[in-house]
Design a protein. Structure first.
Lengths: 536, 341
């Protein structure tokens, strides 16, 4: 009898324990995202792909909260004095998700693959890397074509793939010569990383489910999400419903401000803003009358109502006092760059212009991207403000494809373009490359058409300076030089807003590198508390 | 033999129709403004990479030559690579079309059952309260776009009453059945995974109703009218006079002739269900072919746009062929007409 009771008690305990374990809720972090998300780190660089890369892959260096590179897979490194050779020493305990150790040959393969394919973040290294050599299993060397100051920072975006796995799954036929398809068909649907999360499920058009890598070389807190899901929708009604039902922990950045405010009215939901380092600007075509006259450009800058932008169009956005957002490394504040509305000064500038009295002959077209409400509102504000000083501005909604096509040709380019430009890395020199260097002309990042060889040389020299302090001094001189030309109305620094479930999710935003987009979504730093969720 | 000839003739017409459609879509997709290679690679990709992709897509060749190359590959079942998913379009079709097909099949089932049933009731009780209610329903159904219905249903049943799931195909934590047909509903049945089957069915209810509401409203109206007309035919009065039971009159003598116009309409409507699904799939985050169609069009994905249009064309043509056969079975005059023609 006793024996039977013992057996029954044991069985009951097993069942209760089983039920208890079964009932333990998974820590899940779900975020809506604009699709498509890529999981091949060498072909994409859009927002949702970056979020995936940060979680699935490792890089030699990792940004600290000031976006500065710190040791990660590489424990340390040294560089020759001329800055042409960098040697990195790797940890020996990093493993890919299939258990293969991460070694120097994987780093070389990743750099070679990125450069050969030329997509994704290749533009950060293209024309700068001469070769990559494997010194030994855990030492890799990069030989640069010329000295490049932000090289270490750029390595944050070199995501290392499992070369053995990629080579084993490479198709012989493909556009990359002897490398066939470079494992492209395989890597775009399969996990090849070593990061804190692995690909659990990847369904195109639906969602990317990432599971916590329990064997990660850096211990991940127990409270960190067991699963991180990127859900492929930005539909306002869906996002609103999912937040309300607590089926979504973080919204995407594309929800309207009013909608986010409404979501934040729900108990436990909060609204947060993150810095982007992206200037929200009106680019003026400096090669076309009457904008080829600095006085007309300065008049427009002074006529513009920056307060309306920061209070109503992008509420809470920081002012831009100078050509580069102040959250970017190497940016300086230049008070004389017009950043406040002053109609008196605007009219004075106009009087100095060679077009004074003839401005009614011109109607300036200001293009903005279709469907982007903030840009549309800014265009209408610009039209109203310019009219006050007698300049006619015609806002024109333009499909994004047409914007790209127009900005590729100096003659087809619009008189003015209203847009955000998110720099690939938050350093002033990198921002100059897109916004002010001649290589940035013909792209959407520069409609000013500066085409100034003196400025180009200054930017190139600054970027070739290895010492960060010296480099930043040169950046300051460049910013003064740009201010003297005032090619842009810097409306504000754009911010991204999200609603998230603060009631049961701990998102340590202050400790994460904000302008370096996507590192704020590194899942291992989040903490999810299902027990708190149950009480909401 | 006559039926075979009839089908052969229709298939021949369909082939011509598809050829014309392919020429049209191919040309339209290539003359739209914007460089698809640049679009696919992003504004920061170096020019040499963009040029390489242009070459790969034959974009530097004359459009006639591009079409010949495309046609040569297409007849072998190779629609090229999608610039959106960066994999063969055929793989995308195989993955996304089944999800939409199962959604449309459920929508068609709901549309036919409810549409015809409501039409019969309204037709037999003309000007009663039930007729008035179906009339209002029909007006609202026809006038409201599918995506607006989708958002309304989502907010009502997903948010306010919290009765049904609102996104995706399966709930979180639900084991996905092994892929056999790529239709989760069917795959879960094959695997004997009934929880997944019912979960998937639950996920389909709101999108399916959103997709079919307009068609159901039209079907209700047409059925009501034809039922009403046929009710006044002499043979119905005669049947009643001979004492034929009312249920027998309804199902044997009234329903069959009354279904000819609705069935003719169904061919177009089931094709239209695929079109309605375009925005509904976006709203419900349903990973289907219609949503894929929207995304490839927004990104000027040349190969995928042409393939999507062709697949839609094949669906329309097939549905119309089936409907023609169905109408022929219902109405001997159609069969005889074809034979005499």
């Amino acid at each position: 009898m006793k024996k039977t009771i013992c057996i029954m008690t044991a069985c009951l305990m097993v069942v209760v324990l089983g039920l208890a374990l079964h009932g333990e809720e998974l820590r899940v972090l779900r975020m809506s995202q604009s699709w498509p998300t890529r999981i091949d780190p060498h072909i994409g660089n859009d927002g949702s792909s970056r979020t995936a890369y940060v979680n699935l892959f490792d890089s030699l260096v990792y940004p600290d909260k000031n976006s500065q590179p710190q040791p990660h897979v590489a424990t340390n490194w040294d560089a020759t004095e001329d800055g042409l050779t960098y040697t990195f020493y790797l940890r020996d305990d990093v493993r890919f998700h299939d258990g293969t150790p991460l070694t120097a040959k994987d780093v070389k393969y990743s750099m070679d693959r990125l450069l050969t394919m030329g997509e994704g973040f290749a533009f950060l290294f293209s024309g700068k890397i001469e070769s990559t050599n494997v010194v030994d299993d855990y030492t890799v060397r990069f030989n640069l074509q010329s000295a490049y100051g932000p090289f270490l920072l750029s390595l944050i975006r070199l995501y290392i793939v499992n070369s053995e796995l990629a080579i084993a799954n490479t198709k012989a036929e493909g556009p990359y010569g002897e490398n066939g398809d470079y494992g492209r068909a395989f890597l775009q649907m399969n996990d090849s990383g070593s990061g804190p999360y692995y690909v659990k499920e990847f369904r195109l058009e639906e969602e990317l489910v990432m599971g916590k890598n329990e064997d990660y070389f850096i211990p991940i807190p127990e409270e960190a999400p067991d699963e991180f899901r990127l859900i492929g929708t930005t539909q306002p009604a869906v996002v609103r419903t999912m937040i309300a039902k607590r089926e979504l922990e973080i919204t995407d950045a594309w929800q309207a401000y009013d909608a986010l405010v409404n979501m934040a009215k729900q108990e436990g939901v909060e609204l947060v803003a993150t810095a982007t380092g992206a200037p929200f600007v009106v680019m003026m075509h400096t090669r076309r009358p009457p904008l080829d006259d600095i006085h007309v450009r300065r008049a427009l800058c002074y006529a513009f109502d920056y307060d309306v932008v920061r209070e109503e169009i992008v509420p809470g956005a920081p002012a831009m006092i100078g050509p580069v957002p102040l959250t970017t490394s190497g940016a300086i504040q230049i008070d004389r760059y017009p950043h406040e509305r002053n109609l008196e000064l605007a009219r004075e500038e106009l009087k100095k212009s060679k077009y004074y009295g003839k401005l009614d002959q011109y109607t300036l077209t200001a293009i903005f991207s279709q469907g982007v409400m903030t840009q549309e509102h800014a265009a209408l504000l610009l039209q109203a403000n310019a009219a006050e000083i007698g300049i006619k501005v015609q806002p024109k909604v333009t499909p994004w494809m047409t914007v790209l096509e127009m900005t590729a040709d100096i003659d087809a380019a619009a008189d003015m373009q209203i847009t955000f430009v998110t720099p690939a890395l938050p350093e002033a020199g990198i921002a100059f490359l897109g916004r002010n260097h001649s290589s940035g002309a013909k792209t959407y990042t520069q409609n000013e058409w500066l085409l100034d060889p003196v400025l180009d040389k200054m930017i190139e020299d600054a970027l070739a300076t290895l010492d960060q302090e010296d480099r930043f001094v040169q950046y300051a001189v460049i910013q003064e030089y740009i201010t003297d030309r005032t090619p842009t109305i810097n409306m504000c620094e754009n911010i991204r807003r999200y609603a998230y479930q603060a009631g049961y999710v701990d998102w340590p935003l202050d400790e994460l590198p904000q302008p370096l987009f996507s590192y704020t979504f590194a899942g291992r730093f989040f903490k999810v508390y299902p027990e708190k969720k149950a009480t909401l | 033999m006559a039926t075979v000839k009839f089908i052969a003739k229709r298939i021949l017409y369909a082939a011509f129709g598809l050829f014309a459609l392919s020429v049209f879509m191919f040309t339209i997709s290539r003359i739209l403004p914007g460089d698809p290679a640049r679009m696919a690679l992003g504004p920061r990709a170096p020019e040499w990479v963009v040029e390489q992709l242009r070459e790969q897509l034959h974009l530097n060749d004359p459009i006639f030559k591009q079409y010949i190359i495309w046609l040569r590959d297409a007849v072998r079942g190779d629609f090229g690579e999608s610039l959106y998913t960066r994999r063969p379009v055929m793989e995308d079709i195989k993955e996304f079309l089944p999800a939409t097909t199962q959604l449309v099949m459920l929508a068609a089932l709901i549309q036919i059952s409810f549409g015809i049933l409501l039409g019969i009731i309204a037709g037999r009780r003309r000007n009663s309260w039930i007729d008035n209610v179906t009339r209002v329903f029909a007006y609202i159904g026809v006038a409201t776009p599918a995506f607006a219905v989708a958002i309304l249903l989502l907010l009502l049943f997903g948010f306010v009453f919290d009765l049904l799931p609102t996104t995706g195909q399966l709930s979180m934590g639900m084991a996905r059945p092994p892929v056999v047909t790529n239709m989760v509903l069917l795959d879960s049945l094959i695997a004997g995974n009934f929880p997944a089957f019912f979960d998937n069915l639950k996920h389909m209810i709101l999108p399916a109703f959103s997709v079919c509401l307009a068609g159901m409203a039209q079907l209700t109206r047409i059925t009501r009218v034809t039922i009403g007309e046929n009710l006044r035919k002499e043979y119905i009065f005669a049947s009643r006079g001979f004492g034929v039971p009312e249920w027998r009159i309804a199902f044997k003598y009234l329903l069959k002739p009354s279904l000819i116009p609705p069935v003719s309409l169904l061919g177009m409507q089931i094709g239209a269900l695929f079109s309605n699904a375009f925005l509904v799939e976006l709203v419900f985050n349903w990973p289907g072919f219609s949503r894929y169609g929207v995304n490839v069009m927004l990104r000027k994905d040349l190969n995928a746009i042409t393939a999507v249009a062709l697949v839609m064309g094949v669906i329309y043509i097939t549905m119309n062929l089936l409907v023609d056969l169905g109408v022929g079975a219902l109405d001997p005059r159609v069969r005889l007409g074809e034979r005499n023609a």
